[in-house]
Design a binder for this molecule. Structure first.
Ligand code: PGA
Length: 250
């Protein structure tokens, strides 16, 4: 059985003090025996504060992005080593806002993923199609490109450190959630693709989160799908009640 995994991506929101308060509320609300793995993904500047608040709790800490070089003259960037030093156990790579607003390529995303693994960190690899691609029946084609670029050539052992997040770009922050059938179809396609690249054991073990307008009232139905193993939550992760409601749905 794959353990449900819910991660809250706070994106570019909140002051350090607000992040501290939200983290505190989640520490109080998440018990170690829920059977659900829970993580928060604050902005970089709030990471050390949130790390202190969640220490010893069941809540895990990740970063929204990383740079692939180890150190040096890369103004404005943050390395995987710095994230580990600050208390992160994982980072996102390839979030749709990085792909489509910050113009990151599959090649850059792969380098970031390898930098994280090299540092002993876990990775949530985000993939997903644009609305134009879905309407042109090219969802699977896009997922195939993104998953192969991200994962091909890794070892089965490295795959233990990878979670995949399927996030249809048209559903992120729009209130337009994928239907349970659309989510399940995409997740099943991704799992079969992982089986093709690796083997059935790796595919059965890898967790695939759904992301895109997940809310307390749709979380349980989405996560009841056989291939949906959790959620990557944006907007609804910014308030303790809605995020805890989603965890309860899992
Ligand atoms: P949303 O964001 O829940 O606000 O749609 C999801 C995400 O970007 O991970």
């Amino acid at each position: 059985m794959r353990r449900p995994y819910i991660a809250g991506n706070w994106k570019m929101n909140m002051t350090i003090e607000q992040a501290e308060q939200l983290a505190g509320a989640l520490v109080d609300g998440v018990s170690a025996d829920t059977g659900v793995e829970v993580a928060v993904i604050p902005p970089f500047l709030a990471i050390p504060t949130v790390a202190r608040v969640i220490e010893g709790s069941a809540v895990q800490l990740g970063a929204q992005d990383v740079y692939f070089e180890k150190s040096g003259a890369f103004t404005g960037e943050i390395s995987a080593g710095m994230l580990a030093d600050a208390g992160c156990s994982f980072a996102l790579v390839g979030h749709s806002e990085r792909r489509h607003v910050l113009m990151e390529s599959d090649e850059i995303i792969r380098k970031k993923l390898e930098a994280l693994l090299g540092q002993g960190l876990n990775v949530i690899l985000c993939v997903g199609e644009l609305i134009e691609e879905r309407e042109a029946n090219e969802t699977e084609k896009r997922l195939n490109i993104q998953i192969r670029a991200g994962l091909e050539g890794l070892s089965s052992d490295q795959m233990k450190n990878i979670t995949i997040a399927y996030e249809p770009v048209w559903a992120i922050g729009t209130g337009k959630v994928a239907t349970t059938a659309q989510a399940q179809d995409a997740h099943k396609f991704i799992r079969n693709l992982v089986a093709e690249i690796f083997d059935r054991d790796v595919a059965d073990a890898v967790r695939i989160q759904y992301g895109g307008s997940v809310k307390p009232d749709n979380a349980a139905e989405l996560m009841a799908q056989p291939d949906v193993d959790g959620a990557l939550v944006g907007g609804a992760a910014l308030k303790p009640d809605s995020f805890l409601g989603i965890i309860a749905g899992a």
